[in-house]
Design a protein around this ligand. Structure first.
Ligand code: G4P
Length: 534
C-alpha cells in the first residue's frame, strides 16, 4: 500500500469527558466492536490490574481517578484507528492538553443527565483553540435524563458551534425506545444488556411509520417533533465545517448497553479526518522558517507528546510516546533527537495494539509509537530520520501552585536531583531551580500533581521529601530582545529568577500585581504565561 493510502486510512483521536460520563465504558465498547478485544470488561479489568501491580499508581487507587493516559490501536473497516485516552481529573489537565496536540479529532462523551460539566468545558476550550474537530456522544439515554433539545442547546452554547444531530433518541430512561438514525433513515430498537452485538439490534425503517407509532406511540411522536425542531434550528451537515471545528455531529446512545456505539465507530471512519499536516520550524540561513510537514512525506518525523515512567517499578526505563507526523517507521531505522542531535537508541519500540504492547512492524503518520529509553528524550522533542526541524505547539502552562522540596534525609540529595530532573522531563510537575540557590521549587497546575510527585520520589527514587508552602503564586517565562535588557532585568530581581527543567528563565511572582509592576518598570521584557516547546 502506498504512503498516501496508508495515511489516508488512519484516524487518530482523543476521547474526552468529565469523570464518570462513561469514557472508559465507551472506549471498551469501541474496542469490542472493532474486534480489538473479545470480552467486555477487560478495559475495566486492566484499570484494576494496573492498580494492583503498579506501585506509584497506588495514588490513583486511593483517589479513584485515572492519572495516566493511554493509547489503543484498533482495525475497523480496513481503517487503523488510534484512540488516545485522557486523564479525567482536572489536576492533570496539562497532560490532557498535550494529548490533544497529538490527535486530529476528539470524541466528547457527555452524560445526558449532567450535560456539559466543568472538566468538559476546559477540554472544549483547548479543542477550540486548535480548531480540533469534535464528535459528540450523548451517553446514558437509558436513564432519566434531560430532554435532547435541552442538551443540544447547552452543548451549542458551551461549544460555541452548532450541533448537527446524526441520531435522535426516542424516549429515555424507562421509556427509552431506541434511536432514529438520520443517515440510514432507520430506527434501531433499544434493548438493555451487555452481551448484545450491534447487528443483534432490531432496525425498522422510518418509512414504516405505522409500525413505529404502534410500538412506541407517544414517545415516537414526541421524538419526531423534537427532531424536526432540532433539524430546523441546526445547519445542514457540512463536513468541511466539521473539519474546521465549526460544527459537531451528535450521536445519542447508552455505552453500557452497547447501544448507539457502532454509529460512533462508523462516524470515526466516515467523518473524522485522516492525519493532518503539522507545523514545524526549521532554520534557513539561521532564520527560523515555518514549514508544514505533510503526512505522506516519506521522511520519518514525529514529536514526543508524552513521557511516562515504565509501570514496572523494577525498571528505570521510560517510554517516550511519539506521534508520527510523516514517513514510515520500520524496526532498526536510525533516528535522531533534534534537540541534542544525538541518535535515539531505544531498548525497544512498541505499538499499542488494542491494549497490549507489541513490537512495531511498521507505522505511519497518525500512529503512536513508544520508544523505551533510559533517558535522552524529553517531552516536546522532535525525532526525525535526519531532517533538521522542530515541531511546535506542545504547551507548558505557567504553574499557579508552588511548593518547596525539603529532603528528609540529606544523604539522598543525588537521588532527589535525579528524580526531579526525570519527573520534570516527563512533565509530571514543573521544577524550578532558583538562580540564587536554595531549595528546589515545584510548580503545578493542580494540587494532585504534588501528591503524585511526592509519592513517586519515594517509591521510585527512595527520596523521602516534605513539601512546604512558599510565597509564590505564579510564574512567567521571560525573554528580551537583547542580552543587555535581559541582564538589566535579572539584576533587578535576582531573588525572583529561576530556571525550569528545560533551562528556560522564569520570573516568580507573589501576587498578580507583580507582573504588571515589573512590566511597567521593564517595558521591553516579554512575560509569557505559556511556554511552547520550540
Ligand atoms: P469514566 O471513564 O468517564 O469515568 O466513566 P465510566 O465509563 O467508568 O462510567 C461511569 C459509570 O457510568 C459506571 O458506573 C458505568 O457503568 C456507568 N455508565 C456508563 N455508560 C452508561 C450508560 O450508558 N448508562 C448507564 N445507566 N450507566 C452508564 P459505576 O457504577 O461507576 O461503575 P461500574 O460498577 O458499573 O463499572
Amino acid at each position: 500500500m502506498s504512503f498516501a493510502l496508508e495515511t489516508r486510512r488512519r484516524r487518530t483521536f482523543a476521547i474526552i469527558s468529565h469523570p464518570d460520563a462513561g469514557k472508559t465504558t465507551l472506549t471498551e465498547k469501541l474496542l469490542l466492536f472493532s474486534g480489538a478485544i473479545q470480552i467486555a470488561g477487560s478495559v475495566k479489568a486492566r484499570k484494576a490490574s494496573r492498580h494492583a501491580t503498579s506501585d506509584w499508581m497506588e495514588i490513583e487507587k486511593q483517589r479513584g481517578i485515572s492519572v495516566a493516559s493511554s493509547v489503543m490501536q484498533m482495525l475497523y473497516r480496513d481503517h487503523v484507528i488510534n484512540l488516545l485516552d485522557t486523564p479525567g481529573h482536572k489536576d492533570f489537565s496539562e497532560d490532557t492538553y498535550r494529548v490533544l496536540t497529538a490527535v486530529d479529532s476528539a470524541l466528547m462523551v457527555i452524560d445526558a443527565a449532567n450535560g456539559v460539566e466543568a472538566q468538559t468545558r476546559r477540554l472544549i476550550e483547548v479543542c477550540r483553540q486548535r480548531d480540533t474537530p469534535i464528535i459528540t456522544f450523548v451517553n446514558k439515554m437509558d436513564r432519566e435524563v434531560r430532554e435532547p433539545l435541552d442538551i443540544l442547546d447547552e452543548i451549542e452554547r458551551e461549544l460555541g458551534m452548532p450541533c448537527v444531530p446524526m441520531t435522535w433518541p426516542v424516549g429515555q430512561g424507562k421509556t427509552f425506545g431506541g434511536i432514529m438514525n438520520l443517515r440510514t433513515q432507520t430506527m434501531t430498537v433499544f434493548d438493555s444488556g451487555q452481551e448484545r452485538l450491534p447487528q443483534d439490534f432490531e432496525t425498522i425503517p422510518l418509512a414504516d411509520r405505522d409500525t413505529l407509532l404502534k410500538r412506541f406511540g407517544y414517545e415516537f411522536e414526541t421524538a419526531e417533533q423534537s427532531m424536526e425542531l432540532a433539524a430546523g434550528a441546526s445547519p445542514a451537515w457540512d463536513r468541511e465545517a466539521f473539519l474546521a471545528g465549526k460544527q459537531t455531529p451528535v450521536f445519542f446512545g447508552s455505552g453500557v448497553n452497547n447501544f448507539g456505539v457502532m454509529e460512533v465507530l462508523d462516524a470515526l471512519v466516515d467523518l473524522a479526518p485522516s492525519p493532518q499536516p503539522r507545523t514545524s520550524t526549521t532554520l534557513v540561513n539561521r532564520q527560523p522558517v515555518t514549514k508544514e510537514i505533510q503526512p505522506e512525506d516519506p521522511n520519518f518525523a514525529g514529536v514526543v507528546f508524552k513521557v511516562q515512567a515504565n509501570m514496572d517499578a523494577n525498571h528505570r526505563d521510560r517510554i517516550a510516546f511519539v506521534r508520527m507526523a510523516s514517513g514510515k517507521y520500520t524496526p532498526g531505522m536510525k533516528l535522531k533527537v533534534q534537540r541534542t542531535a544525538k541518535e535515539l537508541r531505544p531498548t525497544s519500540v512498541v505499538t499499542f495494539l488494542s491494549q497490549r504492547r507489541e513490537a512495531v512492524d511498521e507505522a505511519y503518520a497518525g500512529d503512536i509509537i513508544g520508544f523505551t529509553t533510559h533517558g535522552g528524550v524529553q517531552l516536546g522533542d522532535t525525532i526525525t530520520d535526519g531532517a533538521s526541524l522542530q515541531f511546535t505547539g506542545l504547551p507548558f502552562f505557567a504553574p499557579e501552585l508552588f511548593m518547596t522540596v525539603v529532603l528528609k534525609n540529606p544523604l539522598r540529595t543525588k537521588q532527589l536531583q535525579q528524580g526531579l530532573a526525570q519527573l520534570g522531563e516527563e512533565g509530571a510537575i514543573q521544577v524550578f531551580r532558583p538562580s540564587v540557590g536554595g531549595p528546589m521549587l515545584l510548580g503545578a497546575v493542580g494540587q494532585l500533581q504534588f501528591e503524585v510527585v511526592q509519592h513517586r520520589l519515594k517509591a521510585e527514587y527512595d527520596a523521602d521529601v516534605r513539601l512546604e508552602g512558599c510565597q509564590y503564586t505564579g510564574a512567567r517565562w521571560i525573554t528580551a530582545d537583547t542580552p543587555a535588557e535581559l541582564r538589566a532585568f535579572t539584576d533587578a530581581y535576582p531573588m525572583r529568577m529561576a530556571q525550569d527543567a528545560a533551562d528556560t528563565l522564569a520570573y516568580l511572582c507573589t501576587s498578580p500585581y507583580d507582573v504588571r509592576l515589573a512590566q511597567e518598570r521593564f517595558p521591553k521584557i516579554h512575560f509569557h504565561p505559556l511556554r511552547e516547546h520550540a
